[in-house]
Design a protein around this ligand. Structure first.
Ligand SMILES: [Zn+2]
Length: 454
């Protein structure tokens, strides 16, 4: 085959399998001047990237559900309604997906919140808890029903799994989630009480592979850590990264720590997958359909172990959980997924930086979130600067252009399994041109007062 023919064929297969992900209904407002903003948005992205065969709509925003939900009486998000949008695409031949990001800060249920290893609660719920799983399932059931009533044919679901278990660092000490009553009870099946206590110490097993980054703005982690890494392998990685010298522990104790790290990550993987499986089974059972017919996709980061997702990518192939495909960013150095059906998510760190922006934007204008997250202490001008900075991070994480997709396709085609399991691409509907609309937030006088009074 000629080189030109090879590229033409590659482009044809890129075009045949692209999904447009609307991460937040706020992005449609960037086309608010058009009489049909949704169509204008899709047209704009198709002009840059070619045709899309699917489109993803979020069932929740960070401030509430995107449609009126009567069963659980959850708050409704500000802005556009999912129902109106679904009615607009009902006769469209594109596959419709309903996505859900399960941080559910709007649930406002202290008992359901994540608890980190030092005992602090976070403004996000724990997906291991049955009550939370039921609420997530209810939102999905109602969203699928809304889609069905709007005339959408067989919508699929997408679970955003990039941040089920957020983590933090306090003066060099790693603090991971979650250690709520449900998680602790589950982990007790894998770790003794004394072993569990090790994770609360200032030097804990996570210190072998996680460290505060040089800028002091977050956590860096080693990408080599996977489900097949041995305790010795972990110590080798930690040695190479220079993490061991700060730990000041005997070789025997370091070996124990490495073993505990493996046990913890495997237990967390099992808990995460069981929790997702429960949600998917609840939805299928209530709607009286097969789990497979939901075509559930899981959005993940392209690391062998997803630290804030809580699962090993390579183990997804062997677990029964109802996840039909994984959407994962094309990180370099990560083995391609040979055994798992997957799509390439064309943003660096997948949805992570994008979600971080929309979550920050929503909590900065919400009185309750602001008081709970410590945002209250910032002056309005500082908050607006932070929103703009997070927007820049999110927008620049998006990998633009068909050439980038062709590069992925070329790498995937080198592995027979990966080639067979590669289902296509996902583009995020986010661009730098949306800055003016998305970084304008409505800071009410009450919120302004909050910034001043502290
Ligand atoms: Zn928990």
């Amino acid at each position: 085959m000629s080189l030109r023919q090879k590229y033409q064929d590659g482009m044809a297969s890129v075009d045949a399998s692209k999904v447009l992900d609307i991460p937040d209904l706020g992005v449609i407002d960037a086309y608010g001047a058009d009489h049909d903003p949704l169509r204008a948005l899709v047209r704009e992205f198709e002009s840059k990237h070619g045709e899309f065969t699917g489109i993803v709509f979020p069932a929740v925003g960070f401030d509430g559900v995107t449609f009126p939900i009567s069963t659980a009486r959850l708050p409704q998000a500000r802005g556009r309604s999912l129902q109106d949008l679904l009615l607009q695409v009902a006769r469209d031949p594109r596959q419709v997906y309903i996505s859900l990001e399960p941080s559910f800060a709007f649930l406002n249920s202290p008992i359901s919140q994540l608890i980190d290893s030092s005992g602090d609660a976070s403004n996000q719920v724990c997906i291991a808890q049955p009550y939370v799983q039921e609420n997530i399932a209810l939102v999905l059931i109602d969203a699928l029903t809304v889609a069905h009533d709007a005339g959408v044919d067989a919508p699929n679901i997408v679970l955003d799994g990039v941040d089920f278990w957020p983590m933090g660092v306090d003066s060099g000490k790693m603090e991971l989630t979650c250690f709520c009553h449900t998680c602790t009870a589950f982990l007790a099946g894998y770790l003794s009480r004394a072993e569990m206590a090790t994770f609360r110490e200032s030097v804990n097993p996570w210190s072998l592979v996680l460290a505060e980054n040089d800028r002091g703005t977050g956590i860096s982690y080693v990408d080599e850590f996977s489900s097949t890494t041995t305790p010795d392998g972990i110590l080798q990685i930690a040695e190479q990264k220079g993490f061991l010298k700060d730990m000041k522990l005997s070789p025997a104790r370091l070996g124990e720590m490495a073993g505990l790290l493996l046990t913890y990550t495997r237990a967390r993987h099992a808990l995460t997958i069981e929790s997702l499986g429960n949600v998917i089974a609840l939805v299928a059972s209530e709607l009286e359909v097969d789990v497979a017919s939901l075509g559930c996709a899981l959005i993940a980061e392209g690391s062998p172990y997803n630290w804030t997702g809580g699962f090993f990518l390579d183990l997804l192939a062997s677990d029964a959980h109802g996840i039909a495909e994984v959407w994962v960013d094309p990180s370099p150095g990560v083995p391609f997924l040979s055994d798992v059906p997957h799509r390439t998510y064309m943003s660096r760190r997948s949805r992570y930086l994008i979600d971080a922006f929309f979550s920050f934007r929503a909590s900065s204008v919400d009185l309750r979130s602001r008081s709970q997250t410590g945002l209250a202490r910032f002056e309005t001008s500082m908050l607006e600067d932070m929103i703009r900075s997070r927007f820049r991070q999110a927008a620049s994480s998006v990998m633009e252009g068909p050439a980038a997709m062709l590069g992925v396709l070329s790498a995937v085609s080198e592995d027979e399994g990966a080639r067979a399991n590669h289902r296509g691409f996902v583009m995020t509907a986010l661009s730098r041109e949306m800055a003016d609309v998305l970084t304008q937030v409505d800071i009410t006088p009450e919120l302004r007062e909050m910034g001043r009074s502290d």
